[in-house]
Design a protein around this ligand. Structure first.
Ligand code: FES
Length: 578
């Protein structure tokens, strides 16, 4: 193959191209579609950027190339698409010399790869295009810009373009960013793609968020800002709450801001089935990734949820047949005294404490927690115990329940995990209320463990590798909830590496169209796993995660199909060409 210099290669005779109108050439491993149209030569990637259909089989008319597969149209000279779902098609420089067409088989890029894929990522978010999002994540990874950059862009977009504020999309994105280190390399791309497409979907068609400014005054102080914020949330005044929160963000340290937000999030019982507190915790975890200097971008998005949430004391289940809300209100009135009683004492969780939390007696549960507080138990210690009780509810969930009941134990678990995480951020006494609320929800979920599924001890003679392989197979089948729990227990009993199990669970999760709760479930499980060294508790956590996932799998795997197409297109593979 002759070439005029190091870049351009001879591709075709001009007269032949003029006669045929189009020609497919392969140069340097690239399938290039040449067109002669309206007196000019054009070269584009032969693979339609949508799903790879060969564009030499398309139609050219009045400067427009139309793909015959899903009818995406491209401006022939620059490759830009009329139909954003398909993405732009790469073009190549051409020259005509001495009756021959030469092409440089390196696509024309309007910008360096990182800049190009960053711009495409923004388009994917704006137009809710999962294919473009998948390509952008892959492109940014190849450009060395995974994972902070797409995460940061997703957070900015999600907080700017959803008047309803922080929602499931941003929660998923933060959860996926949290679990990245536990995933295999390829699955890290899938995780970010998953988070970003949920953010885009959450924002699609939504009005944007317009900000309220902070107050001009700078020296209000933490105590008064806390009271102002809680009062505004109490009366559901979104604007007043946002102005107060922004002032706090600009004038107070991170721990004080966390105290303000988490106090307001526990002024009423178990807001929105726990989601409101969970969202608040995820917003702070997001700041762990992007820095507290982004707090004014991130935290105000919580205000809408805080001011509109359903307060569980308004629900009959928290009032009848036992007035749980009243029991808690009375307890919370005395909490400062209980905390004072425990000052200077060191509490150690007694044997059977979690079993007490799982009892069928709300008074026994509250009494146990009160006694613990009076003997110096910290919010973090009690939150850990309640989170584990919530994990047990998932691990022992009876498959005889209605399918939707999985949501109920899931809500309690993710709420309790969020409270546990929040107690590590601030030691505000108000977080005891999150602990008690979580324990009350564990109590309310007790019938979902009837009869309780057994948490298997595991087979020490099992083959760990075979367990992992069988686990992936079991996720591929319906009705294998107990099988997956047993395989996890066998794997651990046989000495299997926990990190490899986590990576396998991540793989199983990310190949599916996992819903919001299932994505949350894995992340909350990994979060709890990181907070305990106790082998039995770690086993229960991982059994719970596997059982929850198995109950919701398999799915259609549509998102994975899109990701694979994007990956193959990015790697230059042929998809539909002979
Ligand atoms: S429009 Fe070309 S493959 Fe879909």
């Amino acid at each position: 193959m002759a070439s005029t210099d190091s870049e351009f290669v001879k591709a075709a005779s001009l007269s032949e191209l003029q006669a045929e109108g189009r020609k497919l050439v392969n140069r340097n491993g690239q399938a290039i579609a040449l067109f002669y149209h309206e007196g000019a030569v054009h070269a584009v990637d032969n693979r339609c950027p949508h799903m790879g259909f060969p564009l030499t089989q398309g139609t050219v008319d009045e400067g427009v190339l139309t793909c015959h597969w899903h009818h995406a149209r491209f401006e022939l000279s620059c490759g830009d698409t009329f139909d954003p779902f398909a993405d732009d098609v790469p073009t190549y420089p051409v020259e005509v010399r001495d009756g021959d067409v030469y092409v440089r088989p390196t696509p024309i890029r309007d910008a360096p790869p990182e800049e190009h894929w960053t711009a495409r990522l923004r388009v994917g978010l704006e137009e809710n295009l999962r294919l473009v999002l998948a390509k952008s994540v892959i492109g940014l990874d190849d450009a060395g810009a995974l994972a902070e950059k797409p995460f940061r862009i997703g957070v900015e977009f999600g907080t700017d373009y959803r008047a309803a504020g922080w929602g499931p999309g941003l929660t998923i994105l933060a959860a996926m960013q949290n679990v990245l280190p536990a995933l295999r390399e390829d699955d890290r791309r899938r995780a970010l793609y998953t988070g970003l497409r949920h953010v885009a979907s959450d924002c699609a068609g939504e009005p944007p968020k317009f900000d309220q400014p902070s107050f001009a005054v700078r020296d209000v102080g933490a105590a008064r800002l806390k009271e102002w914020f809680r009062e505004n949330v109490e009366v559901r005044d979104r604007d007043g709450a946002e102005r107060t929160l922004r002032t706090a963000i600009e004038t107070l340290p991170q721990e004080a801001v966390a105290e303000i937000v988490f106090s307001a999030a526990t002024d009423h019982r178990y807001l929105d089935a726990g989601h409101t507190f969970d969202f608040a915790n995820k917003a702070f975890e997001t700041l762990d990734h992007v820095g507290f200097e982004c707090a004014d971008q991130v935290l105000p998005s919580l205000v809408a949820g805080l001011t509109t949430a359903t307060r569980s004391e308004e629900l009959s289940s928290w009032r009848q047949p036992v007035d749980l809300a009243a029991i808690l209100e009375t307890t919370y009135g005395d909490l400062p005294d209980y905390v004072a009683d425990g000052e200077g004492e060191t509490w150690t969780e007694p044997d059977g404490f979690v079993d007490t939390l799982l009892e069928d007696d709300p008074h026994a549960v509250v009494d146990a927690l009160v006694e613990a507080v009076r003997h110096g138990a910290t919010t973090e210690q009690l939150a850990a115990a309640v989170a584990h009780a919530a994990v047990v509810r998932v691990a022992q969930f009876s498959t005889a329940n209605e399918f939707s009941d999985w949501n109920t134990v899931h809500h309690t678990f993710t709420y309790a995990n969020a409270v546990h995480r929040a107690t590590r951020r601030t030691d505000a006494w108000e977080l005891y209320r999150g602990v008690f609320d979580g324990a009350t929800s564990v109590y309310l979920d007790r019938f979902l463990n009837t009869p309780p599924a057994q948490i298997p001890a595991g087979d020490t003679d099992a083959d760990p590798d075979a367990c992992l392989s069988a686990l992936l197979d079991a996720f591929d089948e319906e009705g294998e909830v107990d099988t997956t729990g047993r395989l996890v227990a066998d794997y651990l009993a046989a000495g299997g590496d926990v990190a490899a199990l986590q990576a396998t669970l991540g793989e199983a999760l990310l190949r599916e169209d996992a819903n919001f709760h299932t994505l949350q479930s894995l992340e909350a499980g990994f979060s709890q796993l990181a907070l305990t060294d106790d082998p039995a508790r770690r086993r229960t956590v991982l059994v719970a995660v596997a059982r929850y996932m198995s109950a919701h799998f398999p799915t259609r795997r549509e998102a994975e199909q899109t990701f694979r197409i994007a990956d193959r297109l990015h790697r230059g593979e042929k998809i539909h060409e002979a």
